[in-house]
Ligand binder design. Structure first.
Ligand code: ADP
Ligand code: MG
Length: 660
């Protein structure tokens, strides 16, 4: 049934749901709560300042309302809870005024300001609290539809269908309830035990199906015919010998693997993990060269424009003696230039195209794309192949990731990829010295900066990141600029870069930093990934606690890019213990493991996960044990059992796995 048929959903609401991919009641029922509140009367005597409070009582005096402007208002009234007489404040509920009178019985949920004998309510409900605690599901709002509305709509569904995917023997093994009850319990749990049973079912199901897809991809890979090339190793070695440096052992190992993959008829699907600065780019360049030699086009996708342009200038330099056409394609190119690139790609007048997501927009048609490389893969999410799915092309695929993840996790989530690691750093690198300072010790940081400036070295200054608000980030950048100008404005040039600048402005600043005109570059995290300026020897990161460890590690990797001693200064008044790890190690594997323990997978795979890792109900970290079990069960079924006995699973796999 389509959700438009439900009571309480008008065309406008329906459209919002549909935009979010929720079209039928069955879709709606698989939109699960992300957490639960337990609504139970608080004992006010146990509460301290600012504790959460849930309480019912009687309104004692008529409410007063203050309007600040059109959008803001505040209502206050006196409230009797039996043992105490309290003040209540609630914002932006003026519309409830008519219903709140002396004697009204209400339930309030909010914060207890004990000092002022006041409840700052976030929610008002009419009537008394139920006598037993209520478990209340909380949903992520969907473009303006609140959790409460979603809850009510879901409660109004009286029939829906489920598909039971899990084979009976596994349901028995884990004593799982049936799926329909599981879904019902998760939306409307009558007690904690039933909620748990519902969650167990749905989490296991989600992870089991995920693992089934992953592993069947891997098992099928042997049959997957890709492009076959026949590249002469001598030609490649000549290129390698002409490079300005000699490759590390790990770089060479990766190249050998890639050479083999590309020359064989199996389709390559390989991830190169290597710490920041370990030299992954050159491995990508060589892969592109092999691909070029066999007559195919290659694409290199970067997460940011800055990085795309850096790759462009790098590749043009490395290939300057070769007749290889390299261009760039990003969202911010002028329409005319984009069209020109599209045309030349289609005619194979471009051999290597570098860019952002724009490389795979619908308008791009390749003549014969043979290789796709995704740089800083963790920024995009795990599986990018779905981007290629609709293009009807089957290029070889290489991912580069600078967020190395612990092996057990890697094997589990990268189920269908081959993984190689670069652990050796290029010769002559010095370990970056990292220090942690309080805001009150800013003088120390400025002194360290001064020493580097005297040596004609360059410095990155990173403004605190505030995810929710570009505007505040901007203010932070401006404030830092003032500070830095006061300290160093007389002796060197200071540049600023942030996400709100247009491409030309960014380019100009980046160019000036690269050629040494700008000594101090103040920036938000737009410079985070991949940027390579060898003379930059110091990075100062303000409010470092706002970043995950892996992200800090990435940022730190902007310096220490040659044999000069480099420094990282972390400034933070908070979470000093967590940040201290940064001062003790520069091993990205260790840091990501620590991050994983502390923050879960979110940070590991980038701010926002996409594609396959977007679980509806399972949580990668907290449910890791279920994940491991689900993986074993999936592998057993695929290798020892007979999947054909389970037509629903076969259909699911056929529908989803054929990405190519
Ligand atoms: P990342 O792995 O972080 O992407 P890059 O590929 O940007 O690192 O490499 C970092 C720097 O090290 C670049 O300036 C690159 O030219 C240089 N580099 C890469 N490999 C070697 C090597 N084998 N010897 C010396 N320098 C190298
Ligand atoms: Mg890189």
């Amino acid at each position: 049934m389509e959700i438009g048929m439900l009571k309480g959903i008008g065309p406008k609401t329906e459209k919002l749901f549909v935009n979010a991919g929720i079209i039928t009641t069955n879709d709606l029922m698989s939109y699960y709560p992300f957490r639960y509140d337990i609504i139970k009367r608080s004992n006010i005597n146990d509460l301290i300042q600012d504790d959460k409070i849930v309480i019912d009582g009687v309104v004692e005096g008529n409410p007063n309302i203050f309007f600040f402007n059109k959008k803001m208002n505040k209502m206050t009234f006196r409230f009797n809870i039996g043992s105490h007489l309290l003040n209540v404040t609630i914002f932006n509920r003026a519309f409830l005024k008519a219903k709140i009178n002396v004697g009204s019985i209400l339930t309030l949920i909010g914060k207890y300001d004990k000092l002022h004998n006041t409840i700052v309510a976030s929610d008002i409900r009419f009537g008394k609290l139920p006598s037993i605690p209520v478990i209340e599901p909380i949903y992520h709002s969907i473009s303006g539809i609140s959790s409460n509305q979603i809850k009510n709509i879901i409660n109004s569904v009286d029939d829906f269908d489920v598909i039971e995917y899990i084979p009976d023997y596994l349901k028995d093994k884990y004593k799982l309830i049936d799926k329909k009850s599981a879904v019902t319990n998760v939306h409307n749990p009558s007690n904690l035990n039933l909620l748990k049973q519902g969650q167990n079912y749905l989490k296991y199901e989600e992870l089991f199906l995920f693992m089934l897809k992953m592993n069947s991809l891997k098992l099928n890979k042997k049959n997957k015919i890709g492009l076959k090339r026949n590249v002469d190793r001598d030609v490649l070695d000549k290129f390698i010998n002409n490079l300005p440096f000699s490759l590390t052992i790990d770089q060479l190992n990766c190249i050998n693997k890639i050479f083999y993959d590309l020359n064989s008829e199996n389709r390559m699907n390989r991830l190169i993990q290597g710490d920041v600065g370990s030299g992954k780019t050159i491995v990508a360049v060589i892969a592109l060269y092999i691909n070029y030699l066999s007559g195919y086009q290659g694409a290199l996708m970067a997460p940011t424009e800055v990085l795309a342009y850096q790759h462009l200038s790098n590749l043009r330099k490395l290939f300057k003696d070769y007749d290889i056409n390299i261009e760039v394609l990003t969202g911010s190119l002028k329409q005319k230039d984009k069209k020109d690139i599209y045309k030349r790609l289609e005619k194979h007048e471009i051999d290597i195209i570098i860019g952002t997501h724009a490389l795979f927009s619908d308008d791009v048609i390749y003549s014969n794309l043979g290789l796709v490389i995704t740089d800083e893969q963790h920024r995009f999410g795990v599986n990018q192949r779905s981007n290629l799915k609709n293009k009807g092309i089957t290029p070889d695929i290489l991912y580069l990731s600078a967020t190395p993840i612990p092996r057990t996790y890697a094997l589990t989530i990268y189920g269908d990829m081959d993984v190689s690691s670069i652990k050796t750093m290029p010769n002559g690198r010095k370990e970056i010295i990292t220090v942690l300072k309080k805001n009150s010790e800013i003088k120390d940081a400025l002194l360290l900066m001064y020493e580097e400036i005297k040596l004609k070295h360059q410095i990155y200054v990173i403004a605190p990141l505030i995810e929710e608000s570009d505007k505040i980030s901007l203010e932070n950048v401006n404030e830092l600029e003032e500070k830095m100008t006061r300290a160093f404005g007389k002796i060197c040039k200071i540049g600023v870069m942030h996400g709100k600048m247009d491409k030309n402005e960014k380019d100009k600043v980046m160019e000036e930093f690269k050629n040494g005109e700008i000594t101090i570059l103040i920036s938000t995290t737009v410079i985070e990934v991949g940027v390579d300026v060898k003379n930059a020897t110091m990075i100062v990161i303000f409010d470092a606690y706002r970043f995950g460890l892996s992200q800090l590690h990435q940022l730190r990797g902007r310096v220490g890019r040659n044999d000069i001693q480099s420094y990282c200064v972390l400034i933070s008044d908070k979470e000093v213990e967590r940040l201290d790890i940064m001062t003790k190690t520069t091993d990205g594997f260790k840091i990501s493991e620590e991050d994983f323990k502390l923050r879960g997978s979110g940070d590991l795979f980038g701010v926002r996960q996409s594609g396959d890792m977007n679980f509806r109900i399972a949580d990668f970290k907290n449910d890791f044990n279920i994940l491991v079990r689900a993986k074993e069960d999936a592998l057993d079924l695929l290798t020892k059992g007979n999947i054909n006995n389970y037509p629903k699973l076969v259909k699911l796999l056929n529908d989803s796995v054929n990405l190519d």
